[in-house]
Design a binder for this molecule. Sequence first.
Ligand code: ZN
Length: 205
Amino acid sequence: MQLPSGLLENAVAQFAKLPGIGKKTALRLVLHLLKQNEEEVNLFSETIAKMRREIKFCQRCYNISDGDICSICANSMRNKAVICVVENIRDVIAIETTQQFNGTYHVLGGIISPLDGIGPEQLTIQPLLHRLESEPVEELIFALNPNIQGDTTIYYIQKKIQHLPCKITTIARGIAFGGELEYADEMTLARSLANRLPVQQYVKG
Ligand SMILES: [Zn+2]
């Protein structure tokens, strides 16, 4: 793509670094910004720079936060005795959107994946263990993706905390709602059978 200005080209290159944004879309966005007045464009770039500069991670759960402690941990209505372990902040947002969970979180910041060079020490597992030993936690819920790395991570953490009295659970895995049995893979179908629920519980949920 031949652009008539080096400045324009630099801006397009920055936008094109974003996920899902190709060069054409980047150009469209930049040309759109060019049509705005200078004040608005300054507000746009300053908002992003400020977000990057000032955003923090919660010291307790590693969720994204404006202060030292995130709004979920700081909320007295949330049940601090229940911790849901997730891989990343997007998972917190997904679970919060359901409005079905009243406990707190612990964001691991990734998942154990030796092939990608990610071991337990790259994640917030140590702070999680510290939380479990210093807070009166009754239940730890693993809400990790159902794959080998997820299972490895659960196994690793579970080994470290089996001496503690808290209950350890994982979110149910099974056939997707609206899915069809015959198209489910063997592992999913087998797990769904192994983790079957009493019908009263199923229809309530
Ligand atoms: Zn928090």
